[in-house]
Design a protein around this ligand. Sequence first.
Ligand code: BGC
Length: 934
Amino acid sequence: MKKMVLDHKAYEETARQAVAEGQVLLINEEHTLPLQEGTRLAMFGRMQFHYYKSGTGSGGMVNVSKVTGILDALKESGQVILDPQVLSAYEAWVKEHPFDAGVGWGNEPWCQVEMELPEELVSEAAARNDAALVIIGRTAGEDQDNKNQEGSYLLTEKEKDMLSKVRKHFERLILVLNTGNIMDMDFVEEYHPQALLYAWQGGMVGGYGTADVLLGKTCPSGRLTDTIAYKITDYPSDANFGNRDRDLYEEDIYVGYRYFETAAKERVRYPFGFGLSYTDFRIGDVSFSAGEKDAEITFTVQNIGTVPGKEVVQVYVTAPEGALSKPEKVLAGFAKTRELKPGLKEQMRIAIPYESFASYDETGASGFVSSYILEKGEYLFHIGRNVRETEVAGSFTLEETVCLASLSQALAPVTPFERMRFIREKDGAVHKVMEAAPLRKKNPAEKRKELLPEELPFTGDQGYRLIDVKEGRVSMDAFVAQFNDDDLSCIIRGEGMGSPKVTPGTAAAFGGVSEELAHFGIPCGCCSDGPSGMRLDSGMKAFSLPNGTLLASTFNTALVEKLYSFTGIEMVKNKIDALLGPGMNIHRHPLNGRNFEYFSEDPFVTGKMAAAMIRGLKSAGVTGTAKHFCANNQETGRSTVDSVISERALREIYLKGFEMAVREAGADSIMTTYGSVNGLWTAGSYDLNTTILRGEWGFQGIVMTDWWAKINDEGEEPRINNFAAMAKAQNDLYMVCTDASINDSDDNTLSSLEAGTLTRGELQRNAANICGFLMNTHALERMEGIQTSVEVIGETDQEITSDVEVTYYKVEDEISISLDGVDTGKDKDFVFALDLQKLGGYRVEVTAKSDLSELAQLPATLIYQSVPMAVFSFNGTGGEWKTIKRKAVFHNKYAVLRLYFAQNGLEVQKITFRFDRELERKNDVIEAYVNSND
Ligand code: BGC
């Protein structure tokens, strides 16, 4: 038995520190922050009672026992005096206007209705208090982009009214934004807050981290990972973002600051990398050298202010204009100091690999075709505190253009389009011109044919188990040669969601999904969402992490790695092998609903952060799944849209972070997207998954589809069952099938084998990728009887890890499950699972009684995949059994369900599920059945 220790307390403290370091302070006039001990503070905004711990969708569905918001943390600190009248006015109002969670998936409101502020409440509060703190909250997420409208990117009328009243009466206004995405910031001119903080969404301990900064326990050191422009229309992707069918990436490599610094400096409100501190730093003793593989800058950072703090030092490179158009500056290195006391100095060094600022030449205009190059001319290295405030640290000049890597064209567009480039005049003036993006010359299907893997002759069962490969007794080839066609077609099917073969309520099981595969000693690997911690739809609790944007804003890779090492141990405890994160798409546009899961508009920060997370997870013997590969940069039409992107932009922007995660952290699990890039849905893209990922980067591991993704062969419509196209491309796993041991999605694997459009050699290669991955997991150890126990120490009041055994009930047509003895106390739940032989509509009945009054409200909510499916609203029944009927639709064979009790006082007898074909025909949308009674 192996042993690991999970220290809750340390986990929580690390997350809290990360939240504090990820806070980005944009305004701090007249030393408004930090709040001095004893400050009298009036807090405005209903969001003080509803801290957004994350955005919505799969990346936010972590069940927690408690979320500490900013108000809670300030109260707990005892350091400020919170105005009781304002607080109780809000408390009373919020009781009448409870939090609106919306209905179901992708339908959550972006914001909550704000309370109308009586003018006297504000004016009287202003007379009693030193400052006002206003919290504005926003959320968005999967299947729901933000919109450039009130309540989303823009403030609502009520929020404006609140701000104007508070501004009018208070001398000091502190504004805190609890959001996943950046917002339109015109309100800065309108309301002139003296302090403004992007608090992001900090997970379950988020409020503590924000309070630490507000109170000065932590000096702010977060920096923007996006440019904040004046208007949404200033972002060069704005013209195309949100198209459902075709999205032309006309801005090309000019994403975020690469565009603004080059061509639209005056449109920037807050530059990339910007963030204030409570102290000052001086960068000095700068020396620069250029070596064989990288350049190096050494320097000192001294705290010349009055309080201890950390500084983020950023290095940007300006490459010379040549055959290729170049952004004004490109981030190529950063480092964060340790906490420096006033007066103290730290000696630092940043190495800048030449690859990090190389350009990709598609056409050979530089003399090198399909190559990463450094064009001849002068390279300037800037060091500083954000993209604007920099000084030249050194330079070198290349007499000749240098080729760093000579490759071949891959993933280039097939649709003609024009992209942006810039021409710099001698006087420094910059002109935008549009040029045709180079198109694809060779069809990837031809490449596939030229490089077909050899088929291993079928040997049948030789008695080899996967452990024999791991321990060097047989080769992977000999192992895989044992599989017959059925085994090969089966191993590429992932099973979920809620497969009983792995931890209940997780996203998928993969590998040993059939008896035959398990017989070869192949375990079932388990993967679970996501970028903000483990999502367990069984209702079990997990640690909810700060969102991706917040973590990237720390610019502290060591801290992020440490945080994720705790998550890794938490996964081991819950028998999860691959987290479905980090989410690492590029913030191409501020309105992408999933930006909160992702890091930045910049690929270098993205790659560094993803690599840190994966290293952290790997330290516990588990891993992350870098997603979504690639260019999943909007939610609108995410499974229909074809993103048309030049090869240069793909390589320098949209693939770069993934490449860094593979090369720097040995990322070994990747998820493709729902959408298409340059004509091929990514799961079936040979260039993406084979030529580039494995061929160029040397990736070793598994590639999985996104859940129920579509796949196509070029020129064809995408289909969810075109597994052959997926397998050929080396996207190894289809996620997900309801029962992977049979072909219940009618996939075309075996028929394609028979037709000769897919080879056994290719399937054997997928199988080897999957087995090679599983060989290094705790899942294999468990299968071989080596258990890893996780001892949890450092108890806190937040429950985070729980092992759970869930009973699966097989349902032919009908089942009645006894609820006898179930604890129905307030906030308790009963978790169980169904193994449904028939998919479709079910009549659901709950029988219960209560001695409480007829007016007592005793709801029991049936929750499926974290979404309420039906509410059984009991009242007191005078002690008589009563049955409430509802309807539900199941599209998954396995359903992990949770019956949740919101109040004490109900006694439950049974829950019944009865298949009803009629219901299925009427409607197949779960939401339609919520609360409907007939
Ligand atoms: C999301 C993925 C997620 C998967 C499993 C999909 O809808 O796009 O990011 O990991 O579901 O929940």
